[in-house]
Design a protein around this ligand. Structure first.
Ligand code: SAM
Ligand code: SF4
Length: 327
């Protein structure tokens, strides 16, 4: 079992499989992209499979595949097949922009992948294309609806971006009237590859909730797991639910159960921390299993208690792009 220095069990790993992406969301990276790493710096699918097996042997029972855009990796389904064979792995999830997932939906279902987070920051086509800097609206919308109707547990991640998409908050929420889907409104974080710096945000979770309350005064709170980053709600009579994620306000840090491993092997114990070490070459060396476990135990043994503590300790962390961290 992986226990951190604050006695929190780490049973959830967010595993990034690439830093590349076919979109250019303006809150995530500059229009020209970032310096994407060379292929040999990325874990191979075989290495990701081995790493997953090691993590599961240490008590990790939830792995979320993320990126960059995970489905830009042509051999990604090989990894999902491996994950699906790991008996002690209870939850295989993926976070995707839903542009490329279409051909894989049937197999994902067969493999028991249930939880799919789709990032969609606008329901209005022009707004969507302005934010993502690409014209993939129809593909994303259709794949998102298909995932819901195929019975996946779909959560839409919508970042509230001042001056860009807040007029889409209520129309996006309307989806939950007709579909069994959860729409989660996130606070923007300053991990955008240096394209925009800010110290505070105007659309924090309280403002989002107040704004929704004006239109839907009768929404009520749902129970959420202790380690959840979202506070969840339901509007009476609506099929789905909605939530807010205080990703910038960081009200949830105390019960954090997650570890991030980037596509190049950086071990990240908190979104607001700099990587504490890199395990790619260790995984590639002889006797790697024991050494990888040793290093991960070391990393979680000196973990910041909260994102605020991490931010204080690691100046300059905001130069990163979310595409390298995995969200
Ligand atoms: N490409 C996939 C996607 O967009 O879903 C997976 C990787 S993306 C980096 C993971 C998550 O991070 C997405 O939900 C995205 O919206 C979120 N994200 C990216 N940049 C962010 C930022 N600056 N603030 C808050 N969330 C961000
Ligand atoms: Fe790509 Fe996801 Fe970043 Fe958008 S948020 S640019 S889809 S990695």
């Amino acid at each position: 079992m992986l226990i951190d220095n604050h006695n929190r069990e780490i049973n959830y790993v967010r595993l990034a499989v690439t830093d590349r992406c076919n979109l250019r969301c303006n809150y995530c990276m500059p229009a020209e992209g970032i310096n994407f790493v060379k292929n040999d710096k990325l874990f191979t699918i075989d290495e990701l499979s081995r790493l997953s097996e090691i993590l599961v042997s240490q008590g990790v029972d939830k792995i979320r595949i993320t990126g960059g855009e995970p489905f830009v990796r042509k051999d990604l389904m090989v990894l999902f097949r491996k994950l699906s064979s790991l008996k002690k792995l209870n939850d295989i999830s993926v976070t995707t922009n839903a542009t490329l997932i279409g051909p894989y939906i049937d197999e994902l279902k067969e493999l028991g992948v249930r939880n799919i987070n789709v990032s969609m920051d606008a329901i209005n086509r022009e707004t969507f294309e302005r934010i993502t800097r690409r014209n993939q609206y129809d593909t994303v919308y259709n794949n998102m609806v298909r995932l819901i109707t195929e019975g996946f547990n779909v959560r839409i991640n919508f970042i509230a971006l001042e001056g860009q998409n807040t007029e889409d908050i209520l129309p996006m929420l309307e989806l939950t009237k007709h579909y069994n889907v959860s729409v989660r409104f996130l606070e923007e974080m300053p991990f955008n590859g240096g394209s925009k710096k800010f110290q505070s945000i105007t659309w924090d979770y309280k403002r989002i909730l107040d704004y929704i309350k004006e239109k839907h005064p009768d929404y009520y709170k749902l129970e959420s797991p202790k380690t959840s980053t979202s506070m969840n709600y339901k509007i009476p009579g609506f099929k789905g639910t909605f939530g807010v994620i205080p990703s910038f306000s960081r009200t949830f840090c105390g019960t954090c159960n997650r570890l991030r491993i980037s596509a190049t092997g950086d071990v990240i114990t908190c979104l607001y921390a700099k990587p504490s070490m890199n395990i790619r070459d260790i995984l590639r060396s002889n006797d790697s299993e024991v050494k990888v476990i040793e290093q991960i135990l070391k990393a979680i043994g000196s973990r910041a208690k909260t994102g605020f503590e991490a931010q204080q300790k690691y100046q300059g962390v905001f130069d990163n792009s979310m595409t390298s961290i995995g969200g």
